[in-house]
Ligand binder design. Structure first.
Ligand code: ZN
Length: 197
């Protein structure tokens, strides 16, 4: 294999990664029910044909489609996140580097989906977030996080020429992560733990 198609974490494109160096090593991991899995880890140092930046991929058993970018580190979305939220957020992550305004719009869309999924009442997104707080589904701090993300998402939608810095995009991503961590990931982990007690 001299090259493979994978999402570049630098430019965000599904693009050809030319392999500069490759090592194969035996590795072990666990499946979802705790069984040990043995596999071959194909470690590839690549250069992106689109943006010319370097990446480092791990490919399970060398099967393209099972690759994971170790550098720059790829963000994976937790299993507990509902499908519709995951789809919208995945889409947001895909465009994060290439179009900050599209990223913001998709984060806003993800918030709308979360509110719908949580059955939040209200005429607009702000009221729906407040409703979730009032009903005790999210604490004040998390509703503030959702609201900041929401208002910045509005800016993204309406001021396409607004000068977004990558730093701002990363802050919004961190805030959104905190929100889904609280709403889905922590309850999921807690349920796994309480099953064992
Ligand atoms: Zn690239």
């Amino acid at each position: 294999m001299e090259e493979f198609i994978a999402k570049c974490q630098h430019c965000g494109n599904e693009t050809s990664q030319h392999i500069l160096h490759q090592e194969i090593q035996a590795a072990e991991g666990f499946d979802s029910i705790g069984h040990t899995l043995s596999y071959l880890d194909y470690l590839c140092f690549t250069v992106c044909k689109t943006c010319k930046n370097y990446s480092f991929f791990s490919i399970v058993d060398g099967n393209v489609g099972n690759e994971f970018s170790l550098y720059p580190l790829e963000q994976s979305i937790h299993i507990s996140i509902p499908e519709a939220v995951r789809k919208a957020y995945n889409e947001a992550l895909r465009v994060k580097k290439v179009s900050p305004s599209a990223f913001l719009m998709l984060i806003r869309k993800s918030l709308e989906i979360i509110c719908k999924e949580k059955d939040a009442k209200g005429g607009n997104l702000k009221q729906k977030i407040e409703y979730l707080n009032k009903m005790g589904q999210i604490p004040k701090l998390i509703s503030d996080v959702a609201n900041s993300t929401r208002s910045l998402g509005n800016l993204g939608a309406h001021e396409l020429h607004f000068d977004w810095k990558n730093k701002d995009v990363e802050i919004i991503n961190d805030l959104f992560q905190a929100l889904i961590e609280f709403l889905y990931i922590i309850p999921y982990k807690l349920s796994k733990l309480t099953k064992k007690i």
